[in-house]
Design a protein around this ligand. Sequence first.
Ligand code: GLV
Length: 338
Amino acid sequence: MTASASVSRPAVLVTRAIFPEVIERLSQYFEVDHNQPDEVLDGAALRARLAGKAGVLANAADRIDAELVAALPSLRAVCNMAVGYNNLDLPALTAAGIVATNTPDVLTETTADFGWALLMATARRVTESEHWLRAGHWQRWAYDMFLGMDLHGSTLGILGMGRIGQALARRAAGFGMTVLYHNRSRLPEQTEQALQARYVSKDELVGQSDHLLLVLPYSPESHHAIGAAELAKMKPSATLVNLARGGIVDDGALARALRERRLFAAGLDVFEGEPDVHPDLLTVPNVVLTPHIASASEKTRRAMADLAADNLIAALDAGPDAGRPPCVVNPEVLPRRR
Ligand code: GLV
């Protein structure tokens, strides 16, 4: 490649290790600075690596805030490999004319499958009993070993009825469950009928659910949507599953409720301040903990990485969709982007 060809290609950063094929594809269009050794890049390191870059393929843990945006006059596109984008200061990006994208749809069914796995493991004490068995405690069968809570015929509550919430509701039909939901906006009647889901207030949802699934986006408004007050309204026989984002549940209050058996059990895939986990959660037995893997199937993680790359290529005016990234979360920026 000639020196002039190389300067004409936009520079991009891929902040975390990713499938090598994605780096190869991006390299057809861009000068790619990648992080295949997966070094920790935050704060000053992220800022230094982003200097002079036109685009970034980011991870949900990369904080792109107003201060960083102000320091990066060449940045034109921020493409998250995640459906959630609470790591981005969207108003700051939009004000600066920077396109922001996410990876919806491709992960919906896989995430809902995992929600079901976590719910069943939680209600039927799968990991708790496995730990007990591995520790060599199993001498004899007993009629009351690890009694759990049934899913079939119970009431499932879903807080946040977007794509993933709806995919969870569809699965509930196979278990003969009554489905209640609460959402910022009520679904059209036809959709409610198709899902056999009934809209209720948040208070009713919290009080009536036998199993409560959280799949709402994180925002300042949803911070501690389930805190001590909500936990106190839940049935002591209920389970709670957080598939959405850390910070939606007050993890300290949850650990107390679990320890005091004011709640039967919880399943958590996301945590406040992850990868740190509230120390009290690590010592209560009635909680299933997984490391933010709801979308982690081989096929889906590849689809997310490919979609994030499609977004980046198009946002920087290259490839077949040049100028029309498939999943823009701030579309108002398109007519006046950098
Ligand atoms: C994962 O948490 C995502 O937002 O895709």
